[in-house]
Design a protein around this ligand. Structure first.
Ligand code: PLP
Length: 403
C-alpha cells in the first residue's frame, strides 16, 4: 500500500545526511566529551561544531546554545530556570509569569506546576484566528512579572505569533522573554536578535534531526537556574554526559535546514496550498482553522463538520495516509484540544478538526493520493454520524477520485 506521511509537526524523518554524520559518533568516536584525552577531544570538537551549526540557523552566538534533551526540557528549563533565579532565589510566591492559552503542554503544564508551587500565571487569550495580541501581553504585565513565554509557531494551527512586537513589549518593561520555537526553527527564518528573545527552545526531530536532542538559546546575561543538578557540562547550564551523536545530528540537521530554508519553504507551501485549496473547494462543510496568512508553510488545520476526528485519522491510516487530530502527545485524550477551544471552537468542532503537516520529503504524488482517498473517508464518516443531516446540504458530497 502507498504510504503518505502528512504528520511532520509530530516528527520528521531523519535526513540520510544526518544519519551519516551521526554514525561515526555512535561507533568510532565514543569518547566522553568531558575527557581530556584524544577520544574525549574528538567528541568535544564535534559538539562545538554542532553548536556553531545550530547557532547559525537562529543567528545566535555558539556560546549561547545549550544542548538539552529536546523541546520539553528546554521549555521547562526556561520557565523554572527564570522563576527560580529571580529574587528571592528559589522562591515561587510573589512571582508572575505570562503565557498564552495555546502553548504546547511543555509550557502549559510547566506553568501549571509553577502555579502549584505558589507563582502566579496569566494565560493570555488568542483571537479566533489563533494569534496572540501583544497589547494583551502588555496589559498583563505587573511589577511581579519575571517572564513572558509565548510560542513562535503553534503546533496545531501553524499560526505564527507576533514575537517581534512582544519582544519589544518585554524589553520596554524589562521582563525576560522566552519563545518556544520548536515548530518554527528549520521551517521559517528564525533570528533571535530580530525576534528580541532572551531564550528560545528548539528540537532537532522537528527538522529532520534525531529525537531526544534539542537546544535552548540563552542570551548572554540571562540568569536562569539549571533544572538538573550534576556536573559542569554545557557551561553549568545542563549537567549530564553530552549526547554527542545527538548533538552532531542536530548540528547537521540545522546546517541542512539553513541551506534549504527558502526553497524548501516555497515548495512545501505550494503543496500545502494545493491540498488545502482542493479540500476547501470540493468537500462540503470544510473550514480552515486559524489565520491563513500568518502561519507556517507546512501546516493546514481543517475542520470537517460532522466528521469524528479520531475516526478520520484511523480511516485515512487504513488507506495509507498519516495525519492527526492535533498534538501527538494529546492523541487519545478525550478532552478536545486546548488550542482549538482557545480559538473558540465548540467541543464538536474541535473534535472534527484535522491537522495535515507537510515536510521536505512530501511530493506532488503524495498530495494527489491524499486528495484521492479523502472525500470517500469524509463521506463515510458523515454517513454514520447521527448529527449529519443530509437534508441541510443542497449539493452532493464529492466522491473519491473526483476532487
Ligand atoms: N513545543 C512544541 C511547540 C512542540 O510542538 C513540541 C513537540 O511536539 C514540543 C515543544 C516538545 O518537543 P520535544 O518533543 O522535543 O520534547
Amino acid at each position: 500500500m502507498r504510504r503518505v506521511y502528512l504528520d511532520n509537526n509530530a516528527t520528521t524523518p531523519l535526513a540520510p545526511e544526518v544519519f551519516e554524520a551521526m554514525t561515526p559518533y555512535l561507533l568510532d568516536h565514543y569518547g566522553n566529551a568531558s575527557s581530556i584525552h584524544w577520544f574525549g577531544q574528538q567528541a568535544k570538537s564535534a559538539i562545538e561544531t554542532a553548536r556553531e551549526q545550530v547557532a547559525k540557523l537562529i543567528n545566535a552566538r555558539p556560546n549561547e546554545i545549550a544542548f538539552m534533551s529536546g523541546g520539553t526540557e528546554s521549555d521547562n528549563s526556561s520557565l523554572f530556570g527564570i522563576v527560580e533565579a529571580a529574587k528571592p532565589h528559589g522562591q515561587y510566591g510573589g512571582k508572575h509569569v505570562i503565557i498564552s492559552l495555546i502553548e504546547h503542554h511543555a509550557v502549559l503544564n510547566a506553568a501549571q506546576a509553577l502555579e502549584k508551587r505558589g507563582a502566579r500565571v496569566t494565560y493570555v487569550r488568542v483571537a479566533p484566528d489563533g494569534i496572540v495580541d501583544p497589547a494583551d501581553i502588555e496589559a498583563a504585565i505587573c511589577p511581579e512579572t519575571v517572564l513572558i513565554s509565548i510560542m513562535h509557531a503553534n503546533n496545531e494551527l501553524g499560526t505564527v505569533q507576533p514575537i517581534e512586537e512582544i519582544g519589544r513589549v518585554a524589553r520596554e518593561h524589562d521582563v525576560y522573554f522566552h519563545t518556544d520555537a520548536v515548530q518554527s526553527v528549520g521551517k521559517i527564518p528564525v533570528d533571535v536578535d530580530k525576534l528580541g528573545v532572551d531564550m528560545l527552545s528548539l528540537s532537532a526531530h522537528k527538522f529532520h534531526g534525531p529525537k531526544g536532542i534539542g537546544a535552548l538559546f540563552i542570551r548572554k546575561g540571562t540568569h536562569l537556574r539549571p533544572l538538573l543538578y550534576g556536573g559542569h557540562h554545557e557551561r553549568d547550564r545542563r549537567p549530564g554526559t553530552e549526547n554527542v551523536a545527538g548533538a552532531v545530528g542536530a548540528g547537521k540537521a540545522a546546517e541542512l535546514a539553513y541551506l534549504n530554508l527558502e526553497s524548501g519553504g516555497r515548495s512545501i507551501s505550494a503543496l500545502r496550498d494545493r491540498l488545502e485549496e482542493t479540500i476547501l473547494a470540493s468537500v462540503l462543510l470544510a473550514t480552515l482553522n486559524g489565520d491563513r496568512a500568518q502561519r507556517l508553510p507546512t501546516t493546514s488545520n481543517i475542520r470537517f463538520d460532522h466528521v469524528e476526528g479520531e475516526g478520520f485519522v484511523i480511516a485515512m491510516d487504513l488507506k495509507g495516509v498519516a495525519c492527526s487530530t492535533g498534538a501527538a502527545c494529546s492523541s487519545g485524550s478525550l478532552e478536545p484540544s486546548h488550542v482549538l477551544s482557545a480559538i473558540g471552537l465548540s467541543k464538536a468542532q474541535a473534535r472534527s478538526s484535522i491537522r495535515f503537516s507537510l515536510g521536505r520529503l512530501n511530493t506532488a504524488e503524495d498530495i494527489d493520493y491524499a486528495l484521492e482517498v479523502l472525500p470517500a473517508v469524509v463521506e463515510h464518516l458523515r454517513s454514520i454520524s447521527p448529527h449529519y443531516k443530509k437534508e441541510a446540504v443542497n449539493r452532493p458530497l464529492s466522491v473519491a477520485g473526483k476532487v
